[in-house]
Design a protein around this ligand. Structure first.
Ligand code: SF4
Length: 450
């Protein structure tokens, strides 16, 4: 596929035709873009039956929405960059902020952040797209989003129970790039490159290492050969790194090869790009992805502040392409570890057509103690969502068991006990209810208060 001379989402040179809203309709920021067209008040002779005047206001929709916030940010920190470049994902990817010198231009680093960045070597480097940088608080180092992408010195303090590879993925890798832990599905780690590097990443040992490379062609072929020769594999999850870091040609080739394997029924992509590089979701990409249905996507979101007009546009495009969207969120201390933040995030995701899927207990990667909450905190959050908001907005809370045990869901237990033939249950508001269950197993005696 050849690149066009102009980026696909470049600002058009002139007015665009009016388009119906295709995504995120109903959101305040989905209001069409209004352009006023001036008319000369001095008109020549007006016949009595003059045709109706053209309306003085015409409505256009730009190719990719730009929020006021990122527009102000671009004008202030990238004044020489046209909007067409800003909205080009390749420009965003090439201009990631990777040094303290770059960061000093746009925010005030704390001494601790500066020391942590300057100390860093090896994998999980520091990197942020200019777009995502526009969401960071320039002054407050404890801001939720800022904590997830700017290193702090606590990253270098390993504590008991932590590991470089807490999920034991390397031990279940039959060929480089593949993790085969569950019988009918594989994880295909196609690249180590991410648009933004999350400081709590489970694959901190891999991502951004060795010059941010993707798998070489011969490595991809070896992984494909393993999948082809293993008929029990019916589901392939592309992950990394971020698979949407691959350009369209490579992604098309890879998805095409996977789709040709008869026993592969189902493809999934795990990505954070719609949240940190929404410009990546171009019409060309969605056309490409549509060819490989059934294809599902899990999108990594952390905080409601990520739900910008750009992100709504990107998710709307994916949803319009018929791709079912689910979210994955890591529970992080001081970032999203309270009911109110999680409720805003989950409700906001539904508004942009993403079903909250998993809430993960943070994996015990080396140097993650400052991010990890208690398990009781996760259960408290689920308790605070279940029944208090739409059921679709309640994700499944899971621990990915250290050592390769797989995902284990955790639920607040609503069963209080039994009373004779009745099961005693507590509802979301704390009320106790009986359910006739005469043939049920005898359970624990009810509490005195019941
Ligand atoms: S985007 Fe995913 S793979 Fe990349 S650093 Fe974040 S959590 Fe890790």
């Amino acid at each position: 596929m050849q690149d066009s001379p102009l980026p696909e989402d470049a600002e058009p040179p002139g007015p665009l035709p009016v388009q119906a809203s295709s995504s995120a309709s109903g959101l305040a920021f989905d209001t069409p873009y209004e352009v006023r067209i001036p008319f000369s008040p001095i008109l020549p002779h007006q016949p009595a039956t003059a045709p109706p005047r053209r309306p003085a206001t015409k409505t256009y929709r730009p190719r990719f929405v730009t929020s006021e916030r990122s527009e102000r940010f671009r004008e202030r920190f990238y004044p020489a960059t046209p909007k067409s470049d800003w909205n080009d994902w390749r420009w965003q990817q090439r201009h990631r902020i990777k040094t303290t010198t770059d960061l000093d231009r746009i925010l005030r680093l704390s001494a601790e952040e500066r020391a942590a960045i300057e100390r860093h070597v090896g994998s999980l480097p520091f990197g942020i797209t200019p777009y995502y940088a526009s969401l960071l608080d320039p002054d407050e180092s404890t801001q939720a989003l800022r904590r997830t992408v700017i290193p702090v010195l606590a990253e270098y303090q390993a504590t008991p129970g932590e590991a470089q590879d807490p999920l034991g993925e390397d031990a279940t890798s039959p060929v480089p790039g593949l993790v085969h832990r569950y019988p009918d599905r594989v994880l295909f780690l196609v690249t180590g490159l991410c648009a933004v590097y999350c400081r709590y990443c489970t694959r901190a040992r891999l991502v951004g290492a060795s010059g941010e490379g993707s798998l070489k062609k011969h490595q991809l072929e070896a992984a494909l050969a393993y999948i082809e020769s293993t008929p029990s594999i019916r589901d392939v999850l592309l992950s990394g790194g971020d698979p949407l870091s691959l350009d369209d040609e490579r992604l098309d080739w890879l998805l095409g090869r996977l789709r040709r394997i008869p026993h592969v029924e189902f493809l999934r992509i795990g990505t954070k790009n719609p949240a940190v590089l929404p410009q990546r979701i171009t019409p060309r990409l969605t056309r490409l992805l549509k060819k490989y249905h059934p294809l599902w996507m899990s999108i990594h979101f952390i905080h409601p502040d990520e739900l910008t007009p750009e992100v709504a546009e990107a998710c709307g495009r994916l949803a319009d392409a018929g791709i079912p969207l689910g979210s994955q969120t890591v529970l992080l201390k001081g970032v999203n570890d309270n009911i109110e933040t999680q409720k805003r995030l989950m409700q906001g995701l539904l508004r942009i057509r993403v079903k909250p899927y998993y809430l993960y207990q943070c994996d015990p990667i080396s140097g993650s103690a400052h991010f990890r909450t208690t398990v009781a905190k996760g259960l408290e959050i689920i308790q605070g969502l279940r029944g208090h908001t739409t059921g679709y907005a309640v994700p499944t809370y899971v621990i990915d068991a250290p050592g390769g045990g797989g995902k284990i869901p955790l639920f607040p237990d609503p069963v209080i006990g039994r009373n004779g033939d009745d099961l005693l249950l507590r509802n979301y508001a704390g009320g106790t209810y009986r359910y006739p269950d005469p043939e049920g197993e005898p359970g624990p005696a009810p509490c005195a208060s019941d």
